[in-house]
Design a protein around this ligand. Structure first.
Ligand SMILES: [Zn+2]
Ligand SMILES: [Zn+2]
Length: 106
């Protein structure tokens, strides 16, 4: 995984990297997404041990009044291009944040 692209919009050019300890704090100038990248240790896939990972934005949701779920923040997660191929394929279409596996309950 050498090429760096914005997990939120796919921009691969207008990205600003700023060292932040061992991490690189990256900001996308195209959409404003900000995330931290660890250049040494993007974990391999825990299922197939492959290293062909792709970043995606995942929503952090909170239950607000009633049963409405609202997105309070986003985080960048890395998905495996082979194990998570279906998720990534649908993610690339609209690039709307992925929903958490577990939604908050009461
Ligand atoms: Zn972007
Ligand atoms: Zn995998």
């Amino acid at each position: 995984m050498d090429e760096l692209e914005c997990p939120a919009c796919g921009e691969d050019d207008r990205l600003l990297g700023r060292p932040c300890g061992d991490l690189i704090d990256v900001t996308c100038e195209a959409c404003g997404q900000n995330w931290e990248r660890n250049p040494n240790a993007i974990a391999n896939c825990d299922r197939c041990d492959g290293d062909d990972m792709e970043g995606a934005v995942k929503a952090i949701v909170e239950k607000s009044r009633g049963s409405q779920l609202s997105i309070v923040a986003t985080q960048v997660v890395y998905l495996c291009r082979s194990c998570d191929a279906a998720i990534l394929a649908s993610y690339r279409v609209g690039r709307s944040p992925l929903m958490p596996d577990q939604l908050p309950t009461e």
